[in-house]
Design a protein around this ligand. Structure first.
Ligand code: FUL
Length: 467
């Protein structure tokens, strides 16, 4: 085996990264002072007296998230303005000093249990309220104490999300974050939680418009984990145009053999696609008419969840503390699409055979969904023949690699036997945790053929489905 291929396939995920990836579709909730001031970034001088969501109901949030098929939720416990949504003992600047007076993170944690959702937390390192920000260690002490409260008082968390944004500008305060210390606190208190974006476990896809790369690799250069670079990129996030932007040019290809040639340290660093259901991250009444159309959200879902990334969709509660009607409606529509078009596997009961397989990993394991097929490492291409129980009419292909064996597939083609002739139905590049490919037109056949045209050593598949 080629030396580079050997190095590439030696890179595999941590169990916490697999658990996170399996969530597939997750939610962000941006809530706080900004909903009441109608801003996106507060400056920290907001008076807690104005925070009074009159009908806040975390069950309403969770019910709507479940209707969309979402599996986990991240709350902005503290955004850049420093206002805390939980009962913190580290500052007065919190919900406890507001007319609302209750711990919102606590309420959400109770609702999450009730609805079977995982819970995570966004804690902004940039803090425009606390006077310790910019003083070095005193701020790190404060930040770690806040983290400790959140990581010990609310049960198991699946994610801690660190934003790279800081808009202090050249004459502003400078705080050098002690990242290593923050990570240590998280690893010791919540070892199962991933640390995302400015963290070692989950990579920000690089934009807030919902785009990921056509070939999203989870094996990338260790340099992608550089918080300073992430910070630089998200500096531009204050600008509306940025939210519409796609992948930064020069960064379209992060993981091909060519892109990684000569890179010393390689890491498993899977992508997350974060975007908001509305133009802003926080609620603004004038955006009630601007909830993203269903077609756009379907596209983001298929590209992200079907493109080896996790989708993180933001839904901001309004000033009453509820998801607004248009947002709830859209979540239900999206859930209907996912349940209606992408849940039933038309290849249930189908027979699979492969041009080659390792003895322990025959193609027949794909039938049972209990193991995975694997081509021998000497073969960088392979063919799988599929005979469905009955002729099926399909619109989507779904592939899942066994990622504990790394990400290997570089190209594939699906054909259908129609009227005695093989016709190409769709093709693609990477698969990874999961690839979903919509067909340009529906195809009806009983016999199908998947050709892995290229892979890093022997390909693996733990699922091959048609919908
Ligand atoms: C950005 C922040 O500045 C936005 O306000 C929002 O929280 C988004 C998810 O990340 O960097």
């Amino acid at each position: 085996m080629d030396e580079q291929v050997k190095r590439l396939i030696a890179v595999t995920p941590q169990p916490r990264q697999i658990a996170w990836q399996e969530l597939e579709f997750t939610a962000f909730i941006h809530f706080g002072m900004n909903a009441f001031t109608n801003r996106e970034w507060g400056d920290g001088s907001e008076d807690p007296a104005i925070f009074h969501p009159s009908r806040l109901d975390t069950d309403q949030w969770c019910a709507a998230l479940c209707a969309a098929g979402i599996k986990a939720v991240l709350l902005t416990a503290k955004h850049h303005d420093g206002f805390c949504l939980w009962d913190t003992k580290q500052t007065d600047h919190s919900v406890m000093r507001s007319p609302y007076g209750k711990d919102i993170f606590r309420q959400l944690s109770i609702s999450c249990k009730k609805f079977g959702l995982k819970l995570g937390v966004y804690l902004s390192p940039w803090d425009r309220h606390d006077p310790r920000y910019g003083q070095g260690k005193p701020y790190d002490d404060f930040f770690c104490a806040q983290l400790t409260e959140l990581l010990t008082g609310y049960g198991e968390l699946y994610c801690v999300w660190f934003d790279g944004a800081c808009g202090e500008g050249p004459n502003g305060k400078r705080q050098r974050y002690d990242w290593a210390r923050y990570y240590q606190v998280i690893r010791s208190l919540q070892p199962g939680a991933v640390i995302s974006v400015c963290g070692p476990d989950v990579r920000w896809c690089g934009n807030e418009a919902g785009h990921c790369r056509p070939s999203e690799w989870s094996v990338v250069a260790a340099g992608m984990r550089d918080n300073e670079k992430i910070h630089e990129k998200s500096q531009q996030a204050d600008d509306d145009a940025f939210r519409e932007r796609t992948i930064p040019s020069g960064e379209e290809d992060l993981g091909s053999r060519q892109a990684l040639a000569g890179i010393e340290e390689l890491i498993w660093y899977p992508a997350e696609v974060n975007t908001s259901i509305r133009p802003g991250w926080f609620y603004h009444p004038e955006e009630d008419e601007k909830v993203k159309p269903l077609e756009e959200l379907k596209k983001v879902y298929l590209q992200a969840v079907g493109g080896n990334a996790v989708m993180l969709l933001n839904i901001p509660p309004n000033r009453e503390g509820l998801f607004a009607v248009p947002d709830v409606r859209r979540l239900c529509e999206l859930g209907d699409f996912i349940r209606g078009s992408l849940s039933r596997n038309l290849l249930e009961g189908a027979r699979f055979s492969a041009s080659a397989a390792e003895a322990d990993h025959p193609a027949s394991l794909l039938e049972e969904g209990k193991g995975y097929w694997k081509a021998p490492d000497s073969q960088e291409s392979a063919v799988l023949e599929i005979t469905a129980a009955v002729p099926v009419c399909a619109r989507y292909l779904r592939l899942k690699e066994e990622i504990t064996r790394s990400q290997r597939i570089e190209g594939f083609i699906l054909e259908a036997l129609e009227n005695g002739e093989w016709r190409t139905v769709c093709e693609g590049t990477t698969a990874g945790y999961q690839r979903i490919v919509p067909f340009s037109e529906p195809a009806t056949a009983q016999r199908w053929r998947l050709t892995i045209t290229a892979s890093r050593a022997g390909a693996t598949l733990k699922a091959l489905m048609l919908h």
